[in-house]
Design a protein around this ligand. Sequence first.
Ligand SMILES: Cc1cc2nc3c(=O)[nH]c(=O)nc-3n(C[C@H](O)[C@H](O)[C@H](O)COP(=O)(O)O)c2cc1C
Length: 363
Amino acid sequence: MPTLFDPLTLGAIKAPNRVFMAPMTRGRATRDHVPTPMMVRYYSQRASSGLIISEAIGISRQGLGWPYAPGLWTNQQIEAWKPVTRAVHEKGGRIVAQLWHMGRMTHSALTGQQPVSCSATATPGDAYTYDGRQPYEIARPLLIEEIPGVIADHVQAARNAIASGFDGVQIHAANGQLIDQFLRNNSNMRTDEYGGSVENRVRLLKELTQEVAHAIGADRTSVRLSPNGETYGVDDSDPAPLFMAAAKALDAIGIAFLELKEASPHGTFVSTDVPRQSPMMRRYFRGPLILNSDYDMARAQADLDSGLADAISFGRPFIANPDLVERLRDNAPLSEPQIATFYTQEADGYTDYSALANSKAVA
Ligand SMILES: Cc1cc2nc3c(=O)[nH]c(=O)nc-3n(C[C@H](O)[C@H](O)[C@H](O)COP(=O)(O)O)c2cc1C
């Protein structure tokens, strides 16, 4: 069985190890959602990861409702991503862009328009805006004629990602965002061919992934799902048939890899009693499977040994340990991330976590 430090081929991407960096929003772009030089340093510090999955990147004005999160729909944004991908490549790394439409999780205070989703529902709680926290708004159901436009925006953002130098893209279909809103039966009440049956609820994910794969190559296209438990109020009463269908559809498209963010009963990021779906999905998705949440070295290696996963993505450990690969390999102690600076706009808690002195990674 492979170790975490063995290489893995993901379609067109060759990862030298199986310690991946999970996608993490950090709010260090400009108010106009343009990447900043600080982000060049942050990502290049983490280039020894087998694969960096970028923070979620807005695909359109309509889809991005997070303050200071980056986008990938204007020329200025495309140009500003180039130094990031170049710096990661110069350090010998690889990076894919996570493509993001937040659906009902956007807010008119940021987008200037009512949020859209599959149905007229609202996320519970408050959204972050430039004017503090404000209650989430009820979404406007997308007209069926508007769905090709949402797909086209993803396709254009995928092309822009390649133009910006990314090695590929990850379609964000997890964590209660737009595609997840379509997938699950407590947020999707549509009565047309995008709602109701499992086949219909998987349709947007399937069509969108097919189109992105057609545009940039299935071997550079990946998907993230969060198949067990609730996120931001989005949940499904019967996840097994739904995520079996999703796994089959993605297998048929032949994407480069599938990443699953799974919760556990004692999860420190999200917790749930809904069983993990990865053992079931592994049977239907035959490409590389990446698993996430609350992994340490021992659990990560155990899931590789059992054949459940091909690689593991680490989130919070990568915030505080830019040289996480080297630390795991050397059994070195890990630094703890500062939660208070997860989403602030400063270098503090972002680029000032250092590598171990004897580590090969450069801080
Ligand atoms: C600060 C922060 C930002 C995050 N942003 C994203 C994101 O943009 N996209 C996404 O799919 N998940 C996001 N997540 C979830 C992580 O990818 C990951 O699933 C989570 O941190 C659990 O993994 P871990 O236990 O290794 O930290 C975020 C998590 C954190 C802590």
